[in-house]
Design a binder for this molecule. Structure first.
Ligand SMILES: Cc1cc2nc3c(=O)[nH]c(=O)nc-3n(C[C@H](O)[C@H](O)[C@H](O)COP(=O)(O)O)c2cc1C
Length: 137
């Protein structure tokens, strides 16, 4: 089973979780980089509205996920939803993949679970797990 751990991070917290996941599974580690990088201010004014709408953003380099059977997708939560690069990665998921989603937030991500499931299943993938990580508690 070939596994990729795919993540976006703004502040570095999600990267730490992604590295640990990749190491534990012997998986390839892939960082998503938006073509227009966010900083804290633009994350709020530009990123949060896009996150709420479930919009993808152009990536500096779109990863080729076609050779992977299993994909672990990690994202920070912005305004209650995965940050926009998560949506960009969902659009690249190969049909039939088994997908685990890890959402990293300050106060929980349970409200967006239904939409995340629909997004993954909409790509004809299986949502094997959805975990909600709160490192700041
Ligand atoms: C623009 C922005 C919006 C955020 N919105 C939420 C939110 O709605 N709910 C929440 O629990 N945490 C929210 N957070 C906190 C982040 O999800 C949390 O700090 C996460 O660990 C950041 O991951 P990172 O360091 O990998 O970027 C927000 C952070 C940012 C920068």
């Amino acid at each position: 089973m070939k596994t990729a751990v795919v993540y976006y991070t703004l502040g570095g917290t999600t990267r730490a979780f992604a590295r640990a996941e990749a190491q534990a599974r012997g998986a390839d580690l892939i960082e998503l980089r938006p073509a227009r990088p966010y900083h804290l201010f633009t994350a709020f004014v530009r990123g949060c509205p896009a996150a709420i709408r479930g919009q993808a953003v152009p990536l500096a380099q779109a990863p080729d996920l076609s050779g992977y059977d299993a994909i672990v997708l990690l994202s920070p939560i912005w305004a209650g939803h995965p940050a926009p690069p998560f949506n960009s990665a969902v659009a690249l998921l190969p049909a039939g993949a088994s997908v685990e989603v890890v959402l990293v937030s300050g106060s929980g991500a349970s409200k967006c679970a239904g939409r995340v499931r629909a997004q993954i299943e909409g790509r004809c993938c299986t949502l094997a797990a959805l975990r909600d990580v709160r490192p700041h508690r």
